[in-house]
Design a protein around this ligand. Sequence first.
Ligand SMILES: CC(C)(COP(=O)(O)OP(=O)(O)OC[C@H]1O[C@@H](n2cnc3c(N)ncnc32)[C@H](O)[C@@H]1OP(=O)(O)O)[C@@H](O)C(=O)NCCC(=O)NCCS
Length: 201
Amino acid sequence: MATRLPYPLTLTGDGLVLRDWRAEDLDDLVALLDDPDIARWTPMTSPFDPEAGLAYLKRAHQGRISGRRIQLAITEDGGRPLGEVLLFGVDAANREAELGYLVGARHRRRGLASASLSLLSTYARSTLKLGRLLLRIDPANVASTAVARRCGYRLTGEAPILQFGPYGSSSLDTWELSGDRAATRLERLKNVAARRYGRRS
Ligand SMILES: CC(C)(COP(=O)(O)OP(=O)(O)OC[C@H]1O[C@@H](n2cnc3c(N)ncnc32)[C@H](O)[C@@H]1OP(=O)(O)O)[C@@H](O)C(=O)NCCC(=O)NCCS
């Protein structure tokens, strides 16, 4: 795979448009990220105020232009952001990378995280040629483990990673998507999403 991740980037499919963050997203970003579940399960600053939002957009932009990460707003039509999906920590030698996601509290339980993770995972495998995709999830995070499972990721036997954040410690399990299982599972999920949004792929 290329050592620099592509920028800019827009991924579309399953009724979603995943696009780069923009400066004018600041208010929506703050509304999405200033949330107790996000503070609990991610290393995000809390409370997440406009200052934190500005710093976040700046870091996201730097990560994008340097080609180190993919960090895309989840939208339905390229407009207002509803959440975020990321790919980072690329290990080019082993063709692996880590992914992450979050969805605003008002937009949850509509399949947005699963559809976004599925889109980015498919792109990572087919276009970036990454062979192994990883998620790190606290086992108590029921919603996130459900998303991982639904997208075909499976729990590995790797030792939990202890993470100390400002709001306590968490122990993160490693989930992976690799090999043929990934292709089969992602194809199935695509078909489910196409039915849900009333389209055929
Ligand atoms: C985790 C998160 C991204 C899920 O987003 P979402 O868009 O609501 O997820 P989806 O609608 O795609 O749900 C996928 C599956 O998870 C299940 N699920 C979602 N939220 C759930 C919850 N709170 N409890 C139980 N199951 C849940 C859904 O029912 C669905 O299962 P199904 O395949 O059986 O239908 C969202 O809750 C969130 O942003 N949480 C805070 C940040 C976070 O934890 N990020 C992940 C860090 S590892």
